[in-house]
Design a protein. Sequence first.
Length: 450
Amino acid sequence: MTAQVFDFLKAAKPAPQIEDPEEVKKKYRYWRIRTFYSMFIGYVFYYFTRYSYIAALPVLINDLGYEKAQLGHLGTIFALTYGLSKFVSGLLSDRSNPRYIMAGGLIVTGLVNILFGMFSSIWIFALLWGINGWFQGFGWPPCARLLTHWYSKNERGGWWSTWNASHNVGGFAIRFLAAACTAYLGWRYAMYIPGVLCILMGFVLVNRLRDTPQSLGLPPIEKFRDDYGNMSAKEIESGERELTTKEILFEHILFNPYIWLLACAYFLVYVVRIGVVTWGVLFLVESKEYSNIAANSCLSLFEIGGFCGSLSAGWISDRIFRARRGPVNVIFAAGMFVSIGFLWFVPHGFYWFDGAAMILVGFSVFGPQMMIGMAAAELAHKKASATATGFIGWFGYLGAAMAGYPLARIAQDWGWGGFYFALAFCCLASIIFLLPFWPAGVSRSEPSPA
């Protein structure tokens, strides 16, 4: 009886295939657009309940009297639960209907944000933010499954990078929403209002999303677009069955050394990304004497840069490097190192230079942030793509955990100079892990970048 109650969570079964080519073309056009805008807007709203607390952080510190290192624990707890959840929900998404996984996670994060605004205890904050991290992990893997099933390889860079810009749209919008709520209503409303909006958006996702093309009577995307990549038509047809958990984990993820290389690089990229996002406002307030609103507006330029960087990386990989992700990752990782140095050396009082530096950091960070995930999805089996992205996402948020308490401790004990030295080291190390992928593209049938 219990199993039957949760039958709706299972991957949708294939429907009878539509034979009329014109009908297939018409339905594919409609559902590709509908799937894309639903994923995009849905993930924007995930950021509303992820960055709500960060945007209100300086005011929360003044109001409740907590130290940086104490609140740094929240970032570390969030990152650990979020990262593990990405891996677990990746496995779940590869064997479930992403429609309900993505929508359910968003609804719960909305509820948790509302509860967060009702308390003042650091221990309750830690518990709630850990729960929030777990359900935040239900956002990305379902999108990875949808992106690999609805968009084929030689176009996927453009589609994936455009979807990835939802990170920046959400990160940009919530800073202004949360800053306005904090300024006019208090920091607690920076939790309440995004929470309510995300609950409503969760129900919209249930209505809008569907599972695979085959569940709607359509052929696989590779067959529809005659784009089989490195796989034959026969391999595509035979590979459309759902894999077992054992096959996903042991045949396509854990014993693939190149997935591990990507995971290590992702760890380092996320130390940089989350380090800037989490502590950027406080750095600007303490080191350069910005107001909370001015610091948030400056950091919002990081998201504008990320939006442009994400779109550029996907376009460059598809059009210039012929769907090769390796060279683009290395180039953007080198850009991270240069732009982090630029941000640190901007003199006090040069707002527009700080803003330009934030744009460049965001531009360079979001190249590998997006491309490493796509490379992992393409390196794994199509039916293991959500798990592959979830696995490297787990490593990414282990890196994000380092951007919580450990980076806070560095900033508190060694100043902001020590903080930026740590970020620069991570940039250089990420280049080393990505260099082996330069010579060739990532292939699913031949998982070797060499």
